[in-house]
Design a protein around this ligand. Structure first.
Ligand SMILES: [Cu+2]
Length: 500
């Protein structure tokens, strides 16, 4: 499939870097080439899903072939539709020629079904996960989570998580339940309910994915896969056509390392309705929503008065300055505003949603008094030199934390480093109690499975450990900057059934 090679010329402000698929000249735009409509990943609705991890190619750059990997296709994968309360079976076949896994990010499931480092899939092998869907309605995703031997060369290892996700292995999961059914939200997939999988990439001159610059020095460089080619659903500089109505965008930051500060080119207000693991109590009005790697946000955007106009989904990283990525680790795009997607508004579709609901659902706040360790929260210190957690690098043979089934715990995550780290916990969603002692903003008062911990910040989360115990097979906690994870910023925990 030929992909667009143009840079859209829709930017109205000089300070905004135009879309630039070749990433060579910020003024290099060619309005004579028609833009590509935003592709919508195929949605699979089933109780048994068959996923094949396979190699492919894409033409991201004009007349250049990029070797890629995908699920059931060349790049990314289908959207899996799951229903709370149903049973699901996922058959994953590894045809990418190297060891891998597939992890169901955010799902509450037995550890042996998690698809983490302890469920490797050998080349040619089939791995099956089956579990009841217990999650709340929200947006989740899947991606490889293989653990290559930790060492300086691990980020170049084609079996590492960062390498494989960068090649294109990722897809979205949508869970619906009785709560979402009852809400007056846009729900027609690809029409007014739009998946947006956001990624950044770099390319060699020959079109191959550029993992690191040729002059990359592992001793001094940040060793992060970041680039100035921004893909939405695997395509750069695409156009999303919507109706003049309320549209729901499911934004997934599936980038290896990039943090985005999403907003629109006209600075309009939008409403966040869901965070990683479920709906918020009520839509939260925002003009910016930051998402770190692996975070999701569902937002409602009212285009009801915009028929005949276009606007841009933009990342306002200029406003982030040095607060999350310190200067030695920055690239151009960490401190610039840049466009991700053009949105073209046409006539309303049939049966449009035209209003933002006043309320959504009840979110029971887990009382911290329920925690068995309120006075001595379980500590997690994020270490960047060398990378690790609590002074330890990931060791697949070491269980770092043991938790008792049925307990509720407070975890305290501290970040003494100068860089923000998105901390992810497998197994089930948690809630954020405090950031530096204060309650988080309203749009973080829901269910989360990734929390961005800023430099020198302390975040307390509360999590229930219910339903599944397994003293042998662990879940993971880790930084979701994938290169950090790969070099050892990860640990393992088990849930044991013990005397209550
Ligand atoms: Cu990190």
């Amino acid at each position: 499939m030929a992909l667009p090679t143009i840079g859209l010329s829709a930017c109205s402000e000089d300070s905004v870097a135009p879309l630039d698929p070749d990433n060579s000249d910020p003024t290099d735009t060619d309005p004579t080439v028609a833009p590509t409509p935003l592709p919508i990943p195929e949605m699979l609705v089933a109780s048994t899903f068959n996923l094949e991890m396979r190699p492919g190619t894409r033409e991201f750059l004009t007349d250049k072939t990029t070797p890629t990997k995908g699920y059931n296709g060349d790049y990314l994968g289908p959207t899996l539709f799951l229903r709370t309360g149903s049973a699901v079976t996922l058959n994953v076949t590894n045809n990418i020629g190297v060891n891998t896994t597939t992890h169901w990010h955010g799902m509450h499931l037995p550890a042996v079904m998690d698809g983490g480092p302890h469920q490797p899939i050998a080349p040619g092998a089939l791995w099956t996960a089956s579990f009841p869907v217990l999650n709340r309605a929200s947006t989740y995703w899947y991606h490889p989570h293989h653990h290559a031997p930790v060492g300086q060369g691990v980020i170049f290892d084609p079996t590492s998580t960062g390498y494989q996700v960068y090649e294109g292995l990722a897809g979205m999961i949508i869970v619906e339940d009785d709560v979402s059914d009852a809400l007056p939200l846009p729900r027609t997939y690809g029409v007014d309910d739009i998946p947006l999988i956001i990624q950044d990439r770099r390319f060699h001159d020959d079109g191959a994915l550029l993992h690191f610059p040729t002059n990359f020095n592992p001793a001094t460089d940040p060793a992060l896969r970041k680039g100035g080619n921004f893909l939405v659903n695997g395509v750069e500089a695409a156009v999303l056509e919507v109706g003049a109505q309320v549209v729901r965008l499911r934004i997934l930051n599936a980038s290896n390392a990039r943090i985005y500060n999403f907003g629109f080119s006209d600075n309009r207000t939008f409403h966040q309705v869901a965070s990683d693991g479920g709906f918020l109590r009520a839509p939260v009005p925002l003009s910016r929503r930051m998402l770190a790697p692996a975070e999701r946000a569902e937002i409602l955007v009212d285009f009801g008065s915009d028929q005949g106009t276009t606007l841009m989904l933009r990342s306002f990283n200029g406003g982030m300055s040095n607060s999350l990525v310190p200067p030695p680790l920055q690239d151009t795009w960490d401190t610039a505003d840049f466009d991700l997607l053009e949105i073209s508004v046409g006539a309303a579709r049939s049966n449009p949603v035209t209003t933002i609901p006043a309320g959504l659902t009840t979110v029971e706040a887990i009382p911290d008094s329920e925690a068995v360790n309120l006075g001595s929260a379980r500590p997690f210190e994020l270490n960047a030199n060398p990378f690790g957690i609590n002074g330890l690098r990931m060791n697949i043979n070491v269980i770092n934390e043991t938790i008792r089934l049925g307990d509720t715990e407070v975890w305290e995550i501290t970040n003494p480093s100068t860089q923000a780290h998105p901390f992810h916990v497998h197994g089930d969603s948690f809630q954020i109690l405090t950031r530096d002692g204060f309650p988080p903003p309203e749009n973080e008062l829901g269910w989360k499975d990734v929390v961005l911990v800023r430099p020198r910040e302390t975040v307390r989360i509360v999590k229930r450990f219910l339903d599944y115990s397994d003293s042998t097979n662990p879940y993971m906690f880790h930084c979701h900057i994938l290169e950090h994870e790969d070099v050892g910023m990860m640990g393992q925990w088990v849930v044991e059934a013990g005397a209550q």
